[in-house]
Design a protein around this ligand. Structure first.
Ligand code: ZN
Ligand code: ZN
Length: 261
């Protein structure tokens, strides 16, 4: 069976507190051998780091950072606990960070400031940046360009922008990651983008516990479901799931420096 990577999930969240072992077991059965747990605030980053440190054998990796929803909590700077963790060799990436103008849970100016701080931290640590963008692609690309994010690279996770945004991100050395929305019937435009981008720049993820793919929609999402995203990506590109999985696996290893263990 193909080796699959789920390059963005939130397994340290409360949602998985009751059945984490079973969730990891289901991921293993589905062929998911590597998972990146993204931090979303100070506590979640520390929890994710703790989980990955405890479960060393499960192919778990961690990113630490402050989600744009929680930018307010970092308006005075990224919490020291998070910036120190980012330097730890066990941490694979910085994030998730970015801009979310759909929810606007934090003021846009603060979101931008905190995003810039994350870009600087990623450059300092020489680790990739995990970027969340919703309804803010022009501003996000401009910040990535201005802040020389090409020096650290990264991924636009759960991509929802337009083709020119994807190409601009790729020009900055970024990868484009697709999640459950790729399987939603109304997302024809997203599927067209996924079919046309260079395969060596694509990643797949679940963003668990959110955004379950179509066959599981409405239920809690989990890494085992990343298979549906791979299947959809393979279908729209007219390639086999094996070929798709192998290419994305290599991309994930290249970006996050996971080595081919
Ligand atoms: Zn996100
Ligand atoms: Zn996320």
């Amino acid at each position: 069976m193909e080796r699959l990577a789920d390059t963005h999930c939130h397994l340290a969240m409360e949602d998985f507190a009751g059945d984490l072992a079973e969730t990891l077991e289901r991921a293993c059965i589905a062929g998911v051998e590597k998972m990146l747990i993204a931090g979303s605030d100070e506590k979640a980053s520390i929890d994710a780091f703790g989980l990955v440190s405890r479960e060393k054998s499960c192919g778990l990796f961690v990113a630490v950072g402050i989600h744009p929803h929680d930018s307010n909590s970092a308006s005075g700077g990224i919490p020291r606990s998070v910036s120190e963790l980012a330097l730890d060799p066990a941490v694979a990436a910085v994030g998730e960070t970015g801009l979310d103008y759909f929810y606007d849970h934090s003021p846009r100016e603060i979101q931008k400031e905190v995003f810039v701080l994350h870009a600087a931290l990623a450059r300092e640590c020489a680790k990739p940046l995990v970027v969340h963008v919703r309804d803010a692609y022009d501003d996000a690309i401009e910040i990535l360009r201005r802040e020389r994010a090409s020096e650290c690279g990264g991924v636009i996770h759960c991509f929802s922008g337009e083709m020119h945004h994807a190409r601009a991100a790729i020009d900055l050395g970024f990868y484009i990651s697709f999640a459950g929305p790729l399987t939603y019937p109304k997302n024809e435009t997203l599927r067209k983008i996924a079919s046309e981008l260079p395969l060596e720049r694509i990643l797949c993820e679940t963003d668990s516990p959110y955004l379950s793919p179509q066959p599981r929609r409405g239920k809690r999402n989990e890494p085992a479901n990343v298979r549906f995203v791979y299947e959809e990506l393979a279908r729209v590109r007219g390639i086999s799931v094996e070929e798709c999985a192998e290419a994305v696996w290599k991309n994930a290893l290249r970006l996050f420096g996971w080595g081919d263990q």
